[in-house]
Design a protein around this ligand. Structure first.
Ligand code: HEC
Length: 469
């Protein structure tokens, strides 16, 4: 009897202590975690912790490590001052909340387009949905038709997403890419007459056989029976101009209404080449869609010039987008330390790199005293410090009517997506739409008017839609 009473007392004590622990863990969570993961753990700026979906930490031990060490590339901060007991308590608390959430499944979002954050922005409540996971370093996204999107993966995969479902098999027979440094399979775009001609365009880092030398190459082809066929090489630089550097390939491909194909190549880490029109790197190029050179290109009559060059002095242009009304091409390029630029492309324009920049060398030394110079085109705006600006896309969809003809701007290092409002040739406002949800490489406007984002760390496609206000 005595023993039994003692046992009961102990059990009571244990359960009281557990409840106490959960309470103190709840307080700890509220203070340290709720700002990002949401008051009820269902997601906010960061993902839900109660939906049973784990991107980084599939089991309890992994969760403990993630809480202690953080995930620096994703904006999950370390909590290394917490005791083991506090961390264990937080994991217990998350488990208990997840179970309660699971027992009440009416709250659970559909898995395709599961909402991971709801954010108040000046024009809209913005819902961030996780649309597709299981992609590897997605570099570009583009819609083929109302139900099909194409995604490039930097290691080389060309993937199809049909009705929000990722086809598990990459397209067969796509070109071999040199996946090293910043190289790999880069942009994908679809001919504006795709419905009749079926052409799909790719840019990638092309390596010479048996040599560690590469350059951006542009091809087009068709997808037939899940296989890349009928490939034509549209742009390939002379092989003696290939480089052994691993970075600054650009690149984007766009089709403005003038009928030409514009694409970009970064300066491949050879900054002075950007001013040299006998070199393909550090330029925006313009070709016909079959790869031939338009006779009215600006440098076709200059001896030794690369005839496809349209502008020069571009550092590493990883964004191109066509203005929906004017049809003009806007460009974004990475500066060095500081001096990321948004430019409006004009024929034969010299965009200044490295003679003119708002940036400095990574070691802090100046590159040039000049931020502007006669005969060179100034950026529309620059971002200093660098946000590491990547893909840009004008909004022309139906869901966010207040954003019509404004620019969606993505960033790698700052892990941001910005809305950049543009009137004529001026930027009138900038707002950060999402932050710390991965490095964002590309944005596409879907046929449904949603904004689709290719992110890395975690690797996934996010979807932005307006929420209920
Ligand atoms: C500043 C924002 C922020 C704070 C504060 C924060 N987190 Fe996170 N957390 C994140 C982000 C961002 C991720 C990665 C989510 C993503 O990008 O998918 C993450 C991921 C996680 C993961 C891994 C999820 C998975 O799917 O594997 C766990 C577990 C986690 N957080 C728990 C916590 C806990 C517990 C706290 C408080 C002690 C906390 N976080 C505080 C932003 C935050």
């Amino acid at each position: 009897m005595k023993h039994l009473a003692g046992l009961l007392f102990c059990l009571l004590l244990v359960s009281v202590t557990n409840a106490d622990n959960l309470d103190s863990s709840a307080a700890l969570f509220l203070k340290n975690c709720a700002a990002c993961h949401g008051l009820n753990l269902q997601g906010g700026d960061a993902q839900s912790l109660v939906d049973g979906k784990w991107v980084f930490a599939p089991n309890r031990d992994a969760r403990k490590l993630v809480i202690k060490n953080g995930i620096p590339a994703s904006g999950m901060p370390p909590h290394n001052t917490f005791t083991t007991q506090q961390i264990n308590g937080l994991v217990d608390y998350i488990d208990a909340k997840a179970k309660a959430f699971k027992d009440n499944p009416t709250d659970i979002q559909p898995s395709a387009g599961q909402t991971i954050a709801t954010l108040e922005k000046s024009d809209y409540t913005l819902k961030v949905q996780q649309w597709v996971t299981d992609v590897k370093i997605p570099w570009a996204i583009q819609f083929l038709d109302p139900t099909t999107a194409l995604v490039t993966e930097r290691p080389g995969g060309l993937r199809i997403i049909k009705n929000g479902q990722l086809d598990p098999q990459p397209i067969k027979n796509t070109p071999e890419v040199w996946h090293t440094g910043q190289g790999g399979l880069l942009d994908v775009n679809v001919d504006s007459e795709y419905a009749t001609n079926k052409w799909i365009y790719l840019s990638y880092s092309h390596k010479l056989d048996g040599q560690n030398q590469g350059m951006t190459r542009v091809v087009r082809g068709k997808i037939v029976d899940h296989t890349w066929t009928d490939q034509q090489v549209l742009f390939e630089a002379p092989h003696h101009l290939y480089k052994s550097t691993r970075h600054h390939y650009g690149s984007r491909i766009v089709f403005p209404p003038d009928g030409y194909l514009y694409f970009s190549i970064g300066e491949r880490g050879h900054q002075n080449d950007a001013q040299d029109i006998t070199k393909p790197n550090g330029k925006i190029h313009r070709i016909n869609r079959d790869g031939t050179i338009p006779p009215n290109n600006p440098f076709v009559n200059k001896p030794d010039a690369i005839p496809s060059i349209y502008t020069f002095g571009n550092r590493n242009p990883q964004g191109l987008s066509v203005h929906p009304v004017t049809g003009r091409v806007w460009e974004s390029e990475h500066g060095p330390k500081g001096g990321d630029e948004l430019n409006l492309i004009q024929k034969a324009g010299n965009y200044g790199w490295p003679e003119v920049t708002f940036g400095i060398n990574y070691n802090g030394t100046p590159i040039t005293p000049f931020t502007t110079m006669k005969g060179m085109v100034d950026p529309i705006i620059h971002w200093t410090p660098s946000i590491a600006v990547c893909g840009i896309e004008f909004y022309d969809g139906s869901l966010f009517s207040k954003w019509t003809n404004h620019l969606i701007v993505t960033s790698l290092a700052f892990q941001e997506v910005r809305l950049v409002k543009i009137e004529g040739e001026k930027v009138t406002d900038q707002e950060i739409l999402i932050k710390r949800m991965g490095r964002v490489r590309d944005a596409a406007i879907g046929p449904d008017g949603a904004i689709y984002l290719a992110t890395n760390g975690p690797d996934r496609i996010l979807r932005l839609i307006p929420g209920v206000q």
